[in-house]
Design a protein around this ligand. Sequence first.
Ligand code: PMP
Length: 637
Amino acid sequence: MTTVPSTPTSDGLAGLSGLGGAPAGLPDVTLLAQLAGEFFAALPSGSHDARLPFGAPPQPPQTELALANRAPAIAPAPARPAAAPDEAVDAATGTGRAANPVYGVPEAYAAALPRVESPEPPRGPSAPSSPYYFLGEASAYPSAASTASPAPSALPSHKDASPDVPEDRVTARSFGLPGDADLRALLAGLGDGRREPQAPPSPSAPAFYFLAPSHEEAAPAIGQSPRPAFDVQAVRRDFPILQERVNGRPLIWFDNAATTQKPQAVIDRLAYFYQHENSNIHRAAHELAARATDAYAGARNKVARFLGAAQTEEIIFVRGTTEGINLIAKTWGAQNVGEGDEIIVSHLEHHANIVPWQQLAAAKGAKIKVIPVDDSGQVRLDEYRKLLTSRTKLVSITQVSNALGTVVPVKEIVAEAHRFGAVAVVDGAQSVSHMRVNVQDIDADFFVFSGHKIFGPTGIGVVYGKRDILEAMPPWQGGGNMIADVTFEKTVYHGAPTRFEAGTGNIADAVGLGAALDYVERIGLENIARYEHDLLVYATRGLLTVPGLKLIGTAQDKASVLSFVLEGYRPEEVGKALNEEGIAVRSGHHCAQPILRRFGQEATVRPSLAFYNTCEEVDTLVAVLKRLAGNTGRNAR
Ligand code: PMP
């Protein structure tokens, strides 16, 4: 059933070709431009110039910036500052849609409208002239072996990228930090998550791996080979919501483990789908059906390639990780787990990777076994090996803990499961946005993730399953789309993946997820992982200087998450105090009660990082926490 798309890009644009001049029925273009200009000029300004330092006083409304990334700059306007966010230049490639400032209007038509001159934006080698820059999805599925990320050289180099970045901008740059060793040194022996207060990281003296370009030559050569630049400010300009103000402060989004923010490319892709492609997916029905079908199939291709799957048919679209695990439990589980069989999960699991297995075990008379963790929050492989028996039918394990940030050695866990003939499920909800995942390398039988945790839309997620396993599984929901033939006597089902996608799927959001994966691939998972690791080290170091703060989860391999409790405060009080400063963190049990209780907690405060976060934001977090910690006059409980 799955089709390799013809070129969705050209398909998508073909329908616009008829809009060459001023379309019939539209008012005179000059009048239209004037009206539009008045309309957009009247919109309130809520945006924050990402180039201003945090803590800078609020700027007077700037209509153009307020329109950033949303509205076409149609009316003549005062000369805009360099790199206004509506240039939407892709951070990784330097490409963008800036060539056509009349964004969202077909180009030939736009050409007739007054143009706003703007400085030449940063460009990569292939800056598209089309506003539909995000339609780079004519992605015929490559061979299974081809799972490599785009060459890091796609990133702008430190010197030639982002000419709009002021010379004195502190730009995130990593010089070959001894990363793992560094985190290990920080967390080693920190069983109780505490450390004596140390000198704080000073915002005025950037950490040695965050150097102003002009200091580059003087930089200590920490590693032998300098790493490519990571221009976090350029990345931030791709995320319009990061310009929001909350409680009068610039938003600091440290709730990435709950959900991630969306780059303009994803927002635009969704709008484009509804503007030009929206239809149910029955390729042969009509033109829009063909476009929607191609876009949906293209998204499936992208997911398959992103995960390193052997075949596109191994990718099932679902609502998210929760629905994905339920699908596996209610299909493969119902078919293969029986009385007296055993299911193994770890102590780290999110409720989504506990409850469906409990329900299955209760229905079948099976047993749940739990891999314990050590005091750092890492799973104990020695204990895991003891749990495996000939009755073990399934092992389901998270790759990164959402509550502690522990990176779990899933490859070893899968291999051990296979030695006992068990099927292995990996919950990738917290891993895919932070590290390169290759399902064939892990050898997972199933791998599940949610689009919204990787800069894509909510309501879309993925189950990867090995083809032979999927083909042997019964469907779980019945209805349209998943059938080959229906009579009142019997139904013949399609094969995978459509057999598992009954009814009309979340077509637009699947397409949006494809755009999100394109976005992270353009930046490069390896670059993201490296930058985030350095930021995690920086944040860990900072938090450990806060008196009375105890880290929960000190495994040597961690990603993104910094769970903690602060003496004298309930986690929700800390969350509230941070919110007052515009800092969004999660406080609560994070849908992972068993692991928090393992550490004697019912709740923690959980900042969680993404690659658009900065050292300056971490400094702000640490400063607020220190103020709280030093608030001795307060009676917290
Ligand atoms: N597993 C893990 C590790 C998670 O972090 C989450 C989301 N917090 C889930 C599963 C469930 O994901 P969703 O709510 O998107 O279905």
